[in-house]
Design a protein around this ligand. Structure first.
Ligand code: NDP
Length: 240
């Protein structure tokens, strides 16, 4: 990864933090974006290489454009975009708070699309790679997770169409779909039934760790240019 420049969104915790540290450890220059800037600064202090913290709300197009501009200003190019920012506010459809639906679609789906749109000219110049953190919920929808699944199915659809548009220009698109990974993701669920189910599930299996996903991302982005890893689905062995 030496000489490569990456931007990782949602890098203030969990999977994004692990991806950023892994890319940095492999020699990349890494910009890290999220809303909690203090956590990004702390990550930059701990990273093995040069890391640029960038204030970013992926649902706000001005913020997205500013984050891409800051990355280019500092490092001069962009080779790898990891669209990882996401929220999971699960619960059944009946009686749901639709403001949570708006937030999920804005962050997981539109956010991914906005960041890709703003970064694409730079990725076309560098013949770079876009990595999308989707989910097993981007392949199989389950009761209680309708809108999270809708957002992640959307990411998969967007990514495949994008892949067809840019592959002839040397840009690779990778969808990484993790199963249950031990992070803070479920702690924001407001529906008590859903939150308890997630907490219970965690006690019933050996979950994935953020580093497991980071290893898959590093594998995908370090392949030779003629190899395009399109999709990686990773479940905990114990997950049905
Ligand atoms: P975390 O809650 O630890 O991380 C989510 C990250 O997204 C945080 O860094 C958060 O930063 C960031 N984020 C949320 N909203 C925004 C926003 N509007 N703008 C910018 N950043 C934002 O959870 P995970 O690490 O688990 O989640 C990372 C990704 O992995 C998500 O896309 C999630 O859907 C996906 N995933 C996770 C699974 C799991 O089991 N954990 C399974 C399948 C997929 P901040 O709050 O500072 O903005």
């Amino acid at each position: 990864m030496t000489g490569k420049v990456a931007l990782v969104t949602g890098a203030s915790s969990g999977i994004g933090e692990a991806i950023a540290l892994s890319l940095s450890g492999a020699g990349a220059l890494v910009a890290v974006g999220a809303r909690r800037f203090d956590l990004l600064k702390d990550l930059a202090d701990r990273a093995p290489g040069e890391v640029l913290p960038v204030q970013l709300d992926v649902g706000d197009q001005d913020s997205v454009r500013a984050a891409i501009a800051a990355t280019i200003q500092r490092f001069g190019r962009l080779d790898i975009l990891v669209n990882n920012a996401g929220i999971m506010l699960t619960g059944i459809v009946d009686g749901a708070d639709t403001a949570e639906w708006d937030a999920m679609i804005r962050t997981n789906l539109l956010g991914t699309m906005y960041v890709t749109h703003a970064a694409l000219p730079h990725l076309l110049s560098s013949r770079g790679t876009v990595v999308q953190t989707s989910s097993t919920s981007g392949r199989i929808a389950s009761a209680g997770g309708a809108v999270n699944a809708a957002s992640k199915f959307g990411v998969t659809a967007f990514s495949e169409a994008l892949r067809q548009e840019v592959t002839a220009q040397g840009v690779r698109v990778v969808v990484v779909a993790p199963g249950f990974t031990d992070t803070d993701l479920a702690s924001h669920i407001s529906d008590p039934v859903s939150r308890d189910m997630a907490a219970q599930l965690k006690t019933m299996m050996r979950t994935l760790q953020p580093d497991d996903i980071a290893a898959a991302v590093l594998y995908a982005v370090s392949q030779p240019e003629h190899v395009s890893v399109n999709e990686i689905l990773i479940r905990p062995t114990d997950q049905q």
